[in-house]
Design a protein around this ligand. Structure first.
Ligand code: ADP
Length: 271
């Protein structure tokens, strides 16, 4: 059996996906990017291959994507994360009846992508200038609130009072605002829900710039936070499609493209 891999070298996390010839997901893996992107990407790939009992030679084609994709030189090809995310969401979205809009929140940026019924990118917008509205904002908030990142989602629903307004439009100022709110006796749940709503409203503004069409697919690491999902659904006024592995959609898209390119080359060779 031939296998195909996508590796998404993100600003915060490295994601690897391996698919088989039928496009079924054999496995996915997430590891911290750290500062040694190349070494950590190689380790992440080897870790997943080891878990799947595959040799490197079983992977017939590998496509790199993401912020640090150029650093992974062993890849057979590389593509932008917009293209890879669109392919991944289009493929994973089929099980939900198809998607038209993708919202991706990553560690340091956020994106909205509109795709057509064939999965082609029609329009996209990106915020990579400001950490507010990205996973970094959540990381900073968790640290200030002395919580694990994974706890934020549950805290969102624990508040007895309405979510607080987080007014700072910059992560650095928001950090002082959070500390000020804690010092004034406000509860963590109300602060956390406020943070989620602040990210959600920024994200909706971004999505409106590209136009919200069809079902909306939400991916990237922060889509694992069910409190943020609830806030985003509330601000959007519609349900979101959340895949089983939201953080690895872009790596999955790269793996699917690797499979398609390899199959197309093989067919061309036979013709
Ligand atoms: P990038 O591609 O830019 O590295 P990711 O899509 O991997 O970004 O998302 C990274 C972000 O995901 C982190 O900054 C963090 O805020 C968030 N994240 C990761 N794991 C979880 C989790 N289990 N629960 C909630 N948020 C998470």
């Amino acid at each position: 059996m031939n296998y195909f891999a996508g590796i998404d070298v993100g600003s915060t996390a490295i994601k690897v996906a391996v698919v088989d010839e039928e496009g079924n997901v054999a496995g996915v893996h997430v590891a911290a990017s750290g500062s040694l992107f190349h070494r950590n990407s190689t380790e992440a790939l080897n870790c997943l291959l080891g878990r799947l009992h595959l040799k490197r030679s079983d992977v017939r084609y590998l496509i790199a994507t993401g912020y640090g994709r150029k650093l992974f030189k062993e890849a057979d090809d590389s593509i932008s994360e917009i293209t890879a995310n669109a392919i991944g969401a289009f493929e994973a979205g089929k099980a939900f009846g198809g998607v038209g809009t993708i919202i991706n929140i990553g560690g340091q940026d956020s994106k909205a992508i509109q795709i057509d019924e064939n999965g082609n990118v029609v329009n996209f917008a990106m915020n990579d200038k400001c950490a507010a509205g990205t996973g970094r904002f959540l990381d900073v908030a968790a640290r200030n609130l002395d919580l694990d990142l994974e706890e934020l989602g549950d805290y969102h629903f624990k508040g007895e009072n309405a979510p607080l307004n987080i007014n700072s439009t910059c992560t650095v100022f928001a950090e002082s605002e959070i500390i000020g709110l804690l010092a004034n006796g406000h509860g963590k749940p109300e602060i956390i829900a406020g943070i989620h709503y602040s990210i959600a409203s920024r994200t909706v503004r971004l999505a409106k710039r590209v136009g919200i069409e069809g079902r909306v697919y939400f991916d990237g690491g922060p889509a694992l936070n069910r409190g943020l999902v609830a806030a985003l659904q509330d601000e959007l006024g519609r349900e979101l499609v959340i895949p089983e592995h939201p953080q690895t959609t872009t790596a999955f898209g790269a793996a699917m493209l690797a499979r398609d390119e390899f199959m197309a080359e093989q067919q061309a060779g036979r013709a």
